[in-house]
Each structure stands twice: as structure tokens, then as C-alpha cells.
Ligand binder design. Sequence first.
Ligand SMILES: Cc1ncc(COP(=O)(O)O)c(C=O)c1O
Length: 392
Amino acid sequence: MQEKGLEKQEILRILEKKLEKDFSYSTGSVLGSMCTEPLDLGVEIYMKYISKNLGDPGLFLGTAALEEELVSEIGKLFNEKNIIGTFTTGGSEANLIAMRIAKKLRPDIKSPEVVVPCSAHISFDKAADLLGIKLRKATLNDNFELNLTHFESLINRNTCGVVGIAGTTSLGLIDPIEEIGTLIKDKDIFFHIDAAFGGFILPFLKKLNYTIPAWDFSVNAVDSITADPHKMGLGIIPSGGFFLRDPSILQKIGFEIPYLAGGNFKHFHIVGTRSGGTVIAFWAILKSLGFNGFVKIVKRCMDNTKYLSSQINDITGIKLVTNPVTNVVGITTESGESICKIDEDLRKRNWMLGKFEEFNLIRVVIMPHVQKSHLQNFIEDLTKIIKKLKIT
Ligand SMILES: Cc1ncc(COP(=O)(O)O)c(C=O)c1O
């Protein structure tokens, strides 16, 4: 650290220079992120309430009450009135909380296992590693949908939890949640839905008359849901969400911190200190956009998704992996040739997609920051690359 502090202008100048290599959502070249620019109002509210700490809710009773109100709103959106929930650093922490609950509710199981689709996010591998859980991964069918027969075969007397995904990381697909629920009927197995991406898309897609299978608390067997404000909720980074049907679980296995200035309380979190500002900002975002505002944003994303899909279909040598169900477009080669070279060349031209080598696909997430004009430029470059690489 230098001895004498710098002037603000100098600090700003240095930062501008140091951060110039960062990508920005607004240029449109970030096509593979599930995060986006937060809503302006959210940023303003977040800045105003930046020092609120929900890690000590006894000191911030108003913020804690606002979090409860927000959870209740989201509960209604996910078809259950009386849930509890909490906001996290992201989907990974929310999934970790769910995995811990699954394990803790079954102390009788000495070697706990959780069954997930092999399309599950890496956060489940992390959680399994941290919690000493064995992850059993069910395969996908040729059309990238979950192989339910294989999933069922992995359930055994050590299974403490199963996971379904509503909006997969690779393709935005929805697992057959009702069917998974049927597989565990009358079994003491915790059922978690990872809707980190889909949570703030699917309720609005339904309104737009898309056929969306039941994925939320409307399925009786579902115990908890991850849904992230900082993805399609247009919330501040970082903010994830964990929502739980049975409030009594918190009393049974919540952590208690004894030293807090505001007094004891029970919580599920891995972290202690956590942002109240992100939660207040998300409350404001929901109030500002309302249901119809979200429907409008999701419609624009889906219109762009359809546009990109039709363009991909017209390029010889590549094809859609599957018809998009949400705003994710998966691209692969027609011949089965590796997609890696295409991804490499796209990166050289600053197109940052997501690459999933195990499925030989790259995918574009049509987030709210992605405009049709960005996609037109992308298609132009992609076409040139396919020609140059002689992909047929
Ligand atoms: C389905 C799904 N779950 C969980 C996560 C992890 O979320 P985070 O990066 O906010 O921890 C992601 C991230 O993309 C995701 O796609």
C-alpha cells in the first residue's frame, strides 16, 4: 500500500485502465453468460442500501421483514403460499444448502447419496464433495432429455435426495419433475429443483402460452427450489435464492450464531455476513417491473431465441442441438466433428459462448442484454468461420 492516499480522479483513471480488458454485457459479445446487466433501478436501490447486513437480521429488522415479504411473493409465483426462503450468493450456495438439508434429514443413512441428472450444474459436485455425499448421475437420452429409467435405477436405500433441473445450464431444458416426484412417492427422500436459471423465466413463459410442464411447488413432491435473481431476475450480482416448502426444517437443522449484536437467529447459510442491499434491490425490481414487465422481457429474449435458431438452421455444417425450450440455443456440428475449433475461432473474434465438450456443443444464452443486431453480427462471423474451417 502506498503511504499517501490518491485523489479520486487518479484512482478512477487507474481503474479505467486496469479494467479495460473486461468484457461488458452492452457490447453484445457476451453470449454465454447467465448473468446480465441489472435493472437500473436495482443498482440505484442497492447503492443506497449497500451497508445493510442480513447476516445480523436483529439489527436490520426492516430488511429482514422485506426479505420475508419477497420470499412470500416468490412463493406465490412458484405456486405455494407458505414457504420460507432466503437469498444467497448465487445458485451454487442455494444448491449446497439444499444438499445439506437432504443429508441432515436422513441421519439414519451412513453413506448418503443424491441422484442428479448428468446435466446438473457443477455446484452439485462441489456440494457433494464438501458434504461427503455420493453423487449418482443419471444419463440423458439422445434428445438430451433425462433418461428416467436410468434415474430410477440409481435410487436405493442410501438415497437421501434427488434433484431435477428447470432450465439446464447447457441447454435450458426442463427435467420431468412430476415423473421424478412419482419415482420417490412414499419414500423419505428430499426433492430439490434447481431453477437457478429457469425460476424467473418459466412463470412468464407460461403466460406467453408456451407449454411448460409443472416444475415448481405445484408438484406435491417438490421440497425446495433454487432460483437466482442475478440470472433472469435482473438482480444485482451476487444474488441467488433458496425456497423451501416446510418451514419446520429451519428449526430442526438451521445454524445458530451466538454472538450477534442483534441477537440469535437460525439460518441455513454457509456465509455469515450477507448483503441486504441485493435483497432490497430485488424487492424493488419486482415492484418496478411487475409480472407484465417480466413477461415483456422474457418475450423479447424468446423472440431473439427464435431468430437465432432459424439462422442456425440455415447454415450448412452446423445444427441446433435441440429445439430451445427457454432462451438457450445449443449449437453442434452436423457431422459430429468436434465443436472446439469453432469455439476457439469465435473467441478470437471476441464471441464468448459457453462450451460443453461432453455434449460437443456450444451455446448462446439469449439474456436481456443480447439484441437482435448482436445476433446478426454473430451469425455473420459464425458463417465465415464455418466456411474457413470447411465444416460440412
Ligand atoms: C442450473 C444452474 N444452477 C446453478 C448455477 C450456479 O449459479 P451461481 O453461478 O450463481 O452459483 C448455475 C450457473 O449457471 C446454473 O446454470
